[in-house]
Design a protein around this ligand. Structure first.
Ligand SMILES: NC(=O)c1ccc[n+]([C@@H]2O[C@H](COP(=O)([O-])OP(=O)(O)OC[C@H]3O[C@@H](n4cnc5c(N)ncnc54)[C@H](OP(=O)(O)O)[C@@H]3O)[C@@H](O)[C@H]2O)c1
Length: 344
């Protein structure tokens, strides 16, 4: 390993001079660290942040790393589909978008719904990247070769995704909703890669490692307490950004699509995350029309419990959920709306 944790066998990142990288969740943690890394290798950085003050502070930090020029700052609360659409409208007029990093994500100790009536974790972590990516697809394809990179998590292995209750109306457990949204990130990446085949736009996702960021601050009391204890021992946000930067810039992954990476290596995600039927089913749900008078299990995935030894989990993967990957689904009486309907 080299000093920055890069394996000797990795190709160095390609300089990104002249390339435009859009990064969501750029105000802190992995997103900000990725912006700094992109600025250092010459990219034009568009930092998408929610909070104006945190955004301005992050912009200054990124600018300090940039060879020249201030990164652009775009403000959007990604829990709002209206704001995602407005953001996409502003980004779509850029000359080019070479890289889209879907990084913004959160976990919430209490269930709440967005202005669109959708459970917040699912809305921010999954629906926002889904919507933003598809709205930017023409711009990405016009720039191709281009790359979409989505920050998932090893926590997906704890998912028990109930497509009949993606809005978590029947049951809300913070880390379960988080795990489900991260499984959705991987399924989305698979489906996107399939849809983009032949377009020279690739889609990959990753687990960044368990790293020291602001993640979890809106989580449950137990999660926050665990983080306080674990924090001094966790690697930096910059180390979490390495696989992001690798997937965005390395020639090693030229033309490679649909993969889940950990520590810059292709890894097998959970069995549910490799199921193209589930990926297709998920893409036919948007969580807004789940008003079932009755629900019956559609399918139950075997609990695979597999954990890739290359992934760190610690607090990111609650042990209790580790062995419970599964999926249930909607039954009769559901009025399901396609994710694709969001795009109209
Ligand atoms: N840290 C880890 O160990 C770890 C492990 C696995 C996966 N991940 C994933 O890594 C990604 C980045 O997280 P992080 O660890 O860097 O945490 P972080 O420091 O909390 O950063 C999260 C970023 O997402 C933004 N964000 C949250 N909700 C948003 C919303 N509604 N609209 C717009 N932006 C929003 C935050 O903005 P504000 O500043 O406004 O809150 C912040 O910029 C997440 O997808 C997370 O699931 C992290």
């Amino acid at each position: 390993m080299t000093g920055d944790g890069q394996s000797a066998s990795d190709s160095p990142p390609l300089p990104l001079a002249g390339r435009t990288c859009v990064v969501t969740g750029a105000s802190s943690g992995i997103g900000k660290a990725a912006c700094v890394a992109f600025a250092r290798i010459g990219a034009t950085v568009i930092a998408v942040c929610r909070d104006p003050a945190r955004g301005a502070a992050a912009r200054a930090d990124i600018a300090a790393a940039a060879a020249d020029g201030l990164p652009a700052l775009e403000l959007a609360d990604l829990s709002s589909q209206r704001q995602v659409r407005a953001l996409a409208g502003r980004l779509a007029v850029l000359d080019r978008i070479d890289v889209l990093i879907n990084n913004a994500g959160s976990v919430h100790g209490e269930r709440s719904v967005t202005e669109d009536g959708i459970e917040r974790t699912f809305a921010v972590n999954h629906l926002a990247p889904f919507l933003l990516t598809h709205l930017l697809r023409p711009a990405l394809q016009a720039t191709a070769p281009a790359r979409v990179v989505t920050v998932a998590s090893t926590a997906h292995r704890g998912a028990v995704l109930d497509l009949g209750d993606v809005n978590a109306e029947r049951r809300y457990l913070p880390m379960l909703s988080y795990a489900n949204s991260k499984l959705a990130n991987i399924l989305f990446t698979r489906e996107l890669a399939r849809r983009l085949a032949g377009s020279d736009v690739t889609a990959n996702c990753l687990h960044p490692g368990t790293v020291r960021t602001r993640f979890g601050q809106s989580g449950s009391h137990a999660l926050r307490l665990g983080l306080v204890i674990a924090r001094p021992f966790l690697p930096s946000a910059a180390s979490g950004a390495r696989t992001v930067v690798y997937l965005a810039s390395s020639p090693d992954v030229d033309g490679r699509s649909g993969g889940y990476y950990v520590n810059r290596r292709l890894r097998q995600p959970s069995r549910s995350a490799r199921d193209d039927d589930i990926a297709g089913s998920l893409s036919r749900h948007d969580g807004t029309a789940i008003r079932a008078p009755e629900r019956t299990p559609l399918r139950q995935c075997p609990r695979d419990g597999e954990v890739d030894k290359g992934e760190s989990h610690a607090w990111d993967l609650p042990g209790a959920l580790d062995r419970s990957v599964g999926l249930t689904g909607p039954g009769r009486g559901l009025d399901l709306v396609s994710h694709d309907s969001l795009l109209r």
